[in-house]
Design a protein around this ligand. Sequence first.
Ligand code: PHE
Length: 490
Amino acid sequence: MVREHWDNRMAFILAAIGSAIGLGNIWRFPFVCYQNGGGAFLIAYIVALLTTGIPLLLLEFGMGHKMEGSSPLSFSKISKKLEWFGWVPVLIGFMIVTYYSVIMAYCIKYGIASITQAYAQDPAGYFFNETLGRTSGPFEFGGFTKQFIFLALGLIISWVWIVFSVWKGAKTVSKVVYFTVLVPWLLLIVFVVRGITLPGAMDGLAYYLTPDFSKLLNPGVWLAAYTQIFFSLSVGFGIMIAYSSFLPRKTDLVNNAFIVGFADALTAFVGGLAVFGGLGYHAHIMGKSVGELSHIAGPGLAFVTYPSIISNLPLAPFFGVLFFLMLLTLAIDSAFSMVEGMTASIIDKWKFSHLKANLTVSSIALIIGLVICTGAGFFWLDLLDHFMNHIALGISVLGSCLFIGWIYGAGKIKEYANSISEFGVGKWWEISIKYFTPIVLVLLVGTEFISRIKGSYENYGRLPEFLAGWLILVLIVVAAYFMYRSKGKD
Ligand code: PHE
């Protein structure tokens, strides 16, 4: 079978940037920055980007390109026995896309609601709860309500969009990314300009960026910077391995890693300008200070606070539709990259046609997503998100560093990447992969373990946490093992 290829280098870069840039840049970065020292946090963030983020991108690019395979195939080329580990990252990505696509369904509902400004007069959070049809506990699913049906339709639309975006694999993605990367960027610029010209915006920006350098002495701030880097760059899901395996033999890897890493960081920073400009305006209208606002991170920012900011603007329906279009186009290429990571792995192993692999992955994810559309769904979404990004991702990246860095040899990937790139990386890169990044990860995952042992996440209770967290983690490892044991096709 001839391996599929990108149309050109630009397509690859855009696809990798599209995967990295997502909701995390808009609803996670600005808040983390604000909470952890404002402008001073940017220093920690850039350090984290250079010391682990870009090295990990290069590790995945080098691995996929050298081995010419998706994550499981690449690991099996190191040693047949390591194939099972190669499945772990793609399965984590698969779990994430089951709920990432549900968030896209929320965006569709809000985009439509923007036309009539249906969320405008409600008390904070009312419309969001209404959208979710949220029940009072994780085991109350709420049945076939109007809310469920609406979200389920939104989910189906999201999946149709995802399936078509990766229709012929890299060939289709090559075309799609011009739209799904450039459109959200243009819209982001619209919101930055709109955001920073509103009354009160400067107060918002002051909260976002006034540096508190003393915070840099706090280890928690550094951990936050590293966590955000891992989350944002889409490393540890086998996506970048699969994507770089579609590059032509003659290419540049080091440059690509720097471009993708910096483009993602820049987007997060600029996203913060739009968010905090808007928050400053919101505080101004409410007669509060920005520090007193709630719902300024995560889904609360996108689905409670920002809609209410928009509804106070002239031309609210117009800005509302644009805002949710921006979120959708930010999310779509992250979503389909996770599907591609899995699809490419299935094709490599069982020689499915692209269409068949794509439809198999997408329909299973859609079915799981339907559960997340129920009235209990948000509890599960939140739990899955927490466990996948705080524990599973950490373990996955740690495994890559140990298996590729130590068993295969980081040096070999370095030599390979340097030999085909315009400029190379030095010894520091190997130190990052073999020592520094693993230490950071052990600290991150360790701290998380301790807090989970001390208390259940968001007080949802131990049983839901066990089911959506620990059990899924074990199932991922077991499933990875079965995939590995299953007989592939040569
Ligand atoms: N990096 C994406 C973001 O910042 C999220 C993502 C997670 C993408 C996992 C791909 C895989 O939102």
